[in-house]
Design a protein around this ligand. Structure first.
Ligand code: DGJ
Length: 721
């Protein structure tokens, strides 16, 4: 249900359904499953592609439990993917194969309990051209009454012990997407999120497993896994007394037991699995290609350079100010202006963050000529116009709440717990009336103003109190799942009607960077922290799983509004230019020299945009290695052009920095080097020179540790073509 329906691939990939052996394969990857009728299905192999003949001959590995979807009850000590209470109260389940089928790129292994009419279809979609296998489960209740699901993983994967390291992302507001790396040791590593609304501020639903010791960027075998879900999740790496680690991933079941009615099917979100022999960067390239081709909205379109008003004016929105920002944006060469929070509310105008969410009507005191006036001004300046909304939320001080207090998430018989501003509340997206309302927020805006080109969709509050005023008391445990089903329904309706609209997923910064929402969104806001140094670290981690085109990355003011750090504009630009470039600044406050530099950078970004946004990433030197410098590059698929980034992460005098060999180039090709965003008086020694791909990858280019203008914050961007 959560898995986007994908078109069948032109690339042919054989799937040999030999009675009991399935070789589910992509161009370079095989997942081999043993599916003997009457027995439990078992994993046989996951790694580089094998022939069907070889896959048939393989033994089921020993030394661990290979059950492809273990059920609770007949081997209680081991972790179960499925756990339930049958209609008669029995807690035990057994799942055996009743058949398999293959249609296009989709393989199904059908399972059933021999005693109870409980069926599970294991689904595997093999996306051959991007080396991704999406796995999920569909659980159907054929019993006479309700079955209660207490465990419902999307998929599991055994990983042979050895020297396996796990990389995952953690963080908090203003510091999202941090990389954590650790060896898998006995016990369980649990990566979970229980926000209820958003799910990536504190942890991410994606993992990498480096099978050959500590993770390396460009070598070593890596398994990548991403749960495609917008709600609460729990991913576990379980290491017990066997020879295997076990990855188990799915919706977090805590306080979310699901009452599966007679005849109903519960589809889990999908777990996307990939494998690379080219290190973490190799697995990232697979995620990025898969995302761009199959999961990210408009994954084949270059993104516009935008100016967002938030850090420029915060809620001090007014017509003159917006017009001036649009004029400045146009002068700088930008393409899209986005008016952030603060533009709405009549009875309770949105002057601070404690009013008006839900009242999506223009505050005519601030904007006397309404959105029509702003669109007219945008047209006059030759830029597109976008607008901020937070449609899943309301404030107690709003007309919406006065009319529909029954629409908010709230524990029964208790006062609602409020969030931001002391008055914010979450709307109950499980309620179809609320779904209609949230859809109507976008629909009304777009119907009245079809020229709106972009929506920034924010979400600034978790589910603080457990309770739905819509769900019956017996189904209160459905709240979290119902919320995200409802949300997805709304997204689908929006996309059916407005397929071209550009949308950003924002949630107090980077709390909605997940592959559950990206089928409906073009991009996400990486973090409310726009400090360029901290962004090097956050964007590094985020790039493990998400392509640059989806990572909104903005040039902001100095001193930075979050860290107060003063970083020269050149460095701020060089960092922002490694993602989807934008600005989060009041251009009026910039000097002429700064405006010139920005103008030049935007022009140069437009030249490299296809390489950054559609190219392959090669991360070279991690900022987390503390070598004083971080570096990565993007290379076109044809390997004829590349953009190389180099940012110092420390500012010590006479610190020795490593030279950085490049990667991903064609060794036989010659590349001419040109520095972008140059501020130095003298050109670099490599400027305009030609080098072979072999030299650049073996040796790399020396970079001066400072700019000759004297700054300690050295950074470089080189175009190779
Ligand atoms: C949180 C977002 O992350 C910011 O970018 C901004 O849109 C504010 N909300 C507005 O309230």
């Amino acid at each position: 249900m959560y898995c986007k329906l994908l078109t069948t691939l032109a690339v042919t990939c054989s799937l040999a359904a030999h009675a009991d052996r399935l070789n589910i394969c992509t161009r370079n990857l095989s997942l081999v499953v043993s599916a003997d009728e009457g027995r439990q299905p078992e994993y046989v192999y996951f790694g580089s592609r094998l022939s069907d003949a070889e896959s048939r001959a393989l033994p089921v590995p020993r030394g661990g439990r290979m059950d492809a979807y273990p059920a609770y009850g007949l081997n209680c000590p081991v972790p179960a993917a499925l756990a339930c209470r049958h209609a008669d109260g029995n807690l035990s389940t057994q799942l055996v194969v009743t058949g398999t089928s293959q249609q296009g790129d989709l393989t199904t292994v059908r399972l059933r309990d021999p005693v109870y009419d409980l069926r599970v279809d294991l689904k595997y979609r093999a996306l051959a051209d991007v080396d991704m296998i999406e796995a999920w489960a569909e659980i159907t209740n054929g019993e006479k009454a309700t079955v209660t699901l207490t465990g419902f993983a999307s998929a599991t994967l055994p990983i042979r012990r050895g020297d396996v390291w796990m990389s995952h992302l953690y963080g908090s507001w203003g510091n999202e997407g941090r990389v954590a790396e650790e060896p898998l040791r006995p016990g369980e590593i649990v990566v979970a999120n229980r926000d209820g609304v958003r799910n990536s501020a504190t942890a991410h639903a994606e993992l990498m497993f480096s099978l050959d010791g500590k993770a390396r960027e460009n070598s070593g075998r890596v398994i990548g896994a991403a749960l495609c879900y917008s709600g609460n999740y729990r991913l576990r790496a379980i290491t017990d007394d066997s020879d295997y680690h076990y990855l188990m991933a799915g919706i977090d079941e805590q306080n979310s037991e699901y009452h599966l009615r007679r005849g109903e099917t519960f589809a889990t979100p999908c777990l996307a699995l990939t494998f690379s022999r080219e290190g973490l960067s190799g697995a990232s390239r697979n995620f990025h290609r898969w995302g761009r081709r199959y999961r990210l909205m408009h994954g084949d379109r270059e993104r516009m350079v935008l100016l967002n008003s938030w850090e420029g004016v915060y809620m001090d929105v007014n017509q003159k100010g917006m017009d001036q920002m649009m004029a400045d944006l146009a002068d700088l060469g930008g393409e899209l202006f986005v008016m952030d929070d603060g533009w709405f509310g009549q009875k309770y105008p949105r002057k601070r963050d404690d009013t008006a969410l839900g009242d999506w009507v223009v505050d005519r005191e601030k904007l006397p000529e309404g959105i029509e006036g702003l669109l007219r001004d945008a047209r006059r300046h030759g830029v597109k116009f976008g607008i901020w909304i937070e449609p899943e939320m309301t404030n107690t001080r709003s007309e919406l709440y006065e009319k529909h207090p029954d629409w908010v998430v709230k524990a029964p018989r208790r006062d609602a717990v409020t969030g931001r501003g002391g008055t914010q509340l979450v709307l109950d997206l499980g309620n179809p009336q609320v779904q209609d309302f949230v859809f109507s927020v976008v629909d009304r805006l777009m119907t009245a103003h079809p020229d709106i080109a972009y929506i920034k969709w924010d979400a600034n509050m978790p589910v603080m109190n457990h309770g739905s005023q819509y769900l019956p008391m017996a189904d209160q445990s459905h709240l979290n799942i119902a919320y995200h089903r409802g949300l997805e329904r709304v997204f689908r309706r929006i996309r059916a009607k407005y397929p071209d609209l550009v949308m950003q997923a924002c949630a107090s910064g980077g709390a909605r960077a997940n592959w559950g929402v990206l089928p409906y969104f073009d991009e996400f806001w990486v973090s409310d922290d726009t400090d360029a140094l901290q962004r090097v670290y956050m964007q590094w981690g985020t790039s493990y799983f998400f392509p640059a085109m989806a990572m909104a990355s903005h040039i902001s003011a100095a001193p930075n509004h979050q860290t107060a750090r003063v970083i020269p504009l050149k460095y701020r630009i060089d960092v922002a230019m490694s993602g989807r470039l934008g600005m989060e600044i009041q251009p009026r406050n910039m000097t002429d020299a700064e405006r010139d530099l920005c103008h030049k950078a935007i022009g140069e970004y437009k030249q490299i945009r296809p390489i950054v946004q559609l190219g392959d990433i090669y991360r070279l030197q991690s900022p987390y290695d503390n070598k004083g410098v971080a570096s990565l590059m993007y290379v076109t698929e044809a390997r004829d052009k590349a953009v190389w980034y180099w940012w110092k992460t420390e500012t010590f005098v006479n610190q020795h920095l490593p030279r950085i060999p490049m990667a991903g180039l064609d060794p036989a090709r010659t590349y001419t080097v040109r520095e972008l965003n140059r501020v130095g008086r003298k050109p670099l020694a490599c400027e305009g020179r030609q080098y072979s791909g072999a030299y650049l990858m073996e040796h790399g280019l020396e970079m001066p540790y400072t700019h000759d203008t004297g700054t300690a914050w050295a950074s470089r961007v080189l175009l190779l073509e």
